[in-house]
Design a protein around this ligand. Structure first.
Ligand code: OSB
Ligand code: MG
Length: 361
């Protein structure tokens, strides 16, 4: 039986990026109950097509009309991926189903997901992503993150809100491990602004240009010293290969929910590793379900940089999972239980559920 639940959970603090401000996390959770096992997935889409073209409505539609039917009979993520290839794009919808099938398999084999999918370090270095806010507010958030022990601090910027905030952070916090994420806010006419950021010795600048402008990123990479990290631009092995061949990338932010799931994330990690591209695992404000998948991937040996895997307790006063992640001196550990090792708190889920039921009637 395959169920879905769309929930709307308030964020402790609104999260502002160049593409909008999120006050709640509208998450689409998938639940597979079969052979005495309950497996979970989470679609990383939101209510609107702002970060990418997919959103909750399209994802649920794809899952109901196509992807749900591909889950049976063998419930195997690899064969699911093969069958799902005939559906173009919609990697976020596919990812949620694929990841749920990995959780199912790991639970069937009675192994925690981080150990089941590859070579695990059993923990991961944790960074934080801080949304845009008035300068004093943002400086206070950076200060708290430094005190809490985060190993890398990333701040959101946009065209017109960039150099000043970076300068203030450097003045106040010295040479902390600092990066910025523009979420596609700049164009090819803005290279002069981006060149000016070199002097702040950022760990990298994430996704400055539009997602489909790989050539623009390649041109920019030659003009700046700051390493270039791609997020939105990389959705498949082909886009990663193109970025590498064009020399448009130094560092890759892998979000399993963006790239079609676990298999694709693992392939990307290998390709990045072979080509000297740094890798870290990003996030999409996931609940404890999606977070647990991200942390399992971030614990893989091939991931050598701290990612956006701050604990779910940072975003939600109360989450839909019973378990919460804790960070200890900048490190976070995957859950001990089988699969993703977290369970839904159904009682709470019902209070935040907007819509739910069977995927296929
Ligand atoms: O670009 O990395 C991003 C959140 C939502 C959408 C896009 C992004 C983000 C983040 C937050 O930066 C990462 C997290 O989940 O903690
Ligand atoms: Mg990003």
């Amino acid at each position: 039986m395959l169920l879905y639940s769309k929930v709307s959970i308030p964020l402790i603090k609104e999260f502002k990026t160049s593409f909008g401000t999120q006050k709640v996390r509208d998450a689409l959770i998938l639940i597979l109950m079969e052979d005495g096992i309950t497996a979970y997935g989470e679609v990383v889409t939101d209510e609107d097509p702002a970060y990418g073209y997919e959103y909750n409505y399209t994802a649920l539609h794809l899952i109901k009309k196509y992807l749900g039917n591909l889950v049976n009979p063998e419930r195997d993520p690899v064969s699911f991926n093969e069958r799902a290839q005939s559906i173009r794009g919609h990697e976020m919808a596919k990812a949620a189903v694929e990841m749920m099938l990995w959780d199912f398999r790991a639970k069937k084999e009675k192994k925690p997901l981080h150990a089941f999918i590859g070579e695990s370090k059993g923990k991961t270095e944790t960074g934080i992503s801080i949304g845009m806010a008035p300068i004093d507010d943002m400086l206070a958030s950076v200060g708290r993150a430094v005190d809490e022990g985060y190993r890398r601090i990333k701040v959101k910027i946009e065209r017109g809100y960039d150099e000043l905030i970076i300068k203030k952070i450097r003045e106040k916090f010295g040479d902390i491990n600092l990066s910025v994420d523009a979420n596609q806010s700049y164009t090819r006419d803005d290279f002069k602004i981006l060149e000016k950021l070199d002097k702040y010795k950022l760990a990298y600048i994430e996704q400055p240009l539009r997602k489909d402008d790989l050539v623009g990123h390649a041109v920019l990479k030659k003009k700046i010293e700051t390493p270039l990290c791609l997020d939105e631009s990389i959705v498949s092995m082909n886009s990663l290969r193109n970025a590498i061949e064009l020399d448009a990338i130094d560092i890759l932010n892998i979000k399993p929910g963006r790239v079609g799931g676990i298999s694709s994330s693992l392939e990307m990690m290998s390709m990045a590793d072979q080509n000297g591209i740094g890798v870290w695992i990003g996030g999409m404000l996931e609940t404890g379900i999606g977070r647990s998948f991200n942390i399992s991937l971030a614990s893989q040996k091939k991931v050598k940089m701290p990612g956006d895997t701050s604990p779910n307790s940072r975003y939600f006063k109360k989450d839909v999972t019973k378990e919460v992640f804790h960070m200890d001196r900048g490190f976070i550990k995957p859950m001990k239980g089988n699969g993703i090792g977290v369970e839904l708190d159904y009682q709470y889920l019902k209070t935040v559920e907007v819509e739910g039921g069977r995927v296929i009637d």
